[in-house]
Design a protein around this ligand. Structure first.
Ligand SMILES: [Fe+2]
Length: 320
């Protein structure tokens, strides 16, 4: 019997030292809809997303990762994970989702797996008669459609890949090896393109995040998004271009709180359960399919940047 435990990446909680500006940027530049505000957190979603939120923005000392929320494939799946990883904890859930099993990956990242979700109900001004859509399309800014993936930093990439393959039954789709046996990038998924990326992180700070990605329909939309960023004075860090891995058209920028946000489209459809993740060499164009240039060094910066901020997050229960 094959076992599938995750149906999709549902939401990611991030921290911002400038939460009001971050929320404003997510609304007006990235074009998400705000669906709620509770305490120190704002909840937002892309216009085509059926759940109550795909990103939670919480005030914190620096940009960073709170938790990664996965929706299970079925109602019993969180129990399966709880049996396999007894060191985690049950919680009542959060904004728009129910009982959840929370556990840390070996790199210190907090994950949640839950089944119960509340569907988004559009207010009258966003109502639509299109049955496949949760709301009408009334685009603002980049008008990101949905969350795509989260990329985390870890001091042992192969260990974390194996953990998520075992714990959540994600499929490992590709790696880049700088030297034989030394991975500098890897991708994992529950469906056809990657939902989790991993980059090396030897800072000694556990549980860091490199970026959060949102998807658009067309590759050309990513080029328009680059111009929207310029129009809003958001500096572009890298792109637009096409990654060789997954063949995704990418664009990276940093929101006002400092978190790197990727905007992407395209990608090939890897349905194969018996796919063996290839080890790309850097020269094969995993990062840039055209093999014309490398990534700027700034792209390897993960968050939070300092141990001090990580400790503050830790002390307030926000972080590892
Ligand atoms: Fe990415």
């Amino acid at each position: 019997m094959t076992e599938v435990l995750v149906s999709q990446l549902a939401h990611v909680q991030i921290f911002s030292p400038r939460p009001a500006e971050t929320v404003e940027w997510f609304r007006n530049v990235l074009g998400l809809e705000q669906s709620g505000q509770e305490g120190q957190s704002a909840y937002l979603r892309g216009w085509a997303e059926w759940f109550q939120h795909s990103v939670e923005i919480t005030e914190g000392p620096e940009p960073g990762l709170g938790h990664i929320g996965w929706r299970a494939q079925g109602p019993g799946d969180p129990d399966t994970v709880a049996r396999n990883l007894p060191e985690g904890q049950w919680s009542d859930g959060g904004f728009g989702y129910g009982k959840t099993y929370r556990f840390r990956g070996p790199g210190g990242h907090l994950n949640e797996l839950f089944w119960e979700v509340e569907r988004y109900q559009a207010p009258p001004e966003l109502a639509t008669d299109q049955p496949d859509r949760p709301q009408a399309l009334k685009p603002r800014g980049i008008a990101a459609r949905y969350i795509d993936h989260v990329t985390i930093g870890t001091d042992d990439l192969a260990r974390d890949v194996n953990f998520y393959k075992d714990a959540l039954k994600l499929r490992h789709t590709a790696s880049i090896e700088a030297e034989p046996g030394f991975k500098v990038f890897a991708t994992l998924t529950s469906h056809v393109t990657h939902e989790m990326g991993l980059v090396p992180d030897f800072s000694g700070i556990r549980g860091r995040v490199n970026h959060l990605a949102f998807g658009l329909d067309q590759r050309a939309d990513v080029h328009t998004a680059a111009q929207v960023l310029m129009g809003h004075d958001t500096p572009i860090e890298f792109g637009p271009g096409i990654h060789g891995i997954d063949e995704i058209t990418y664009l990276y920028a940093r929101e006002p709180g400092g978190m790197r946000i990727e905007i992407n489209a395209g990608g090939w459809r890897n349905y194969m359960p018996d796919w063996e993740a290839p080890n790309w060499t850097p020269a094969q164009g995993g990062t840039n399919i055209y093999r014309t240039h490398g990534m700027p060094d700034s792209m390897m910066e993960s968050f939070p940047r300092t141990q001090e901020a990580a400790e503050q997050m830790h002390a307030t229960g926000m972080f590892t």
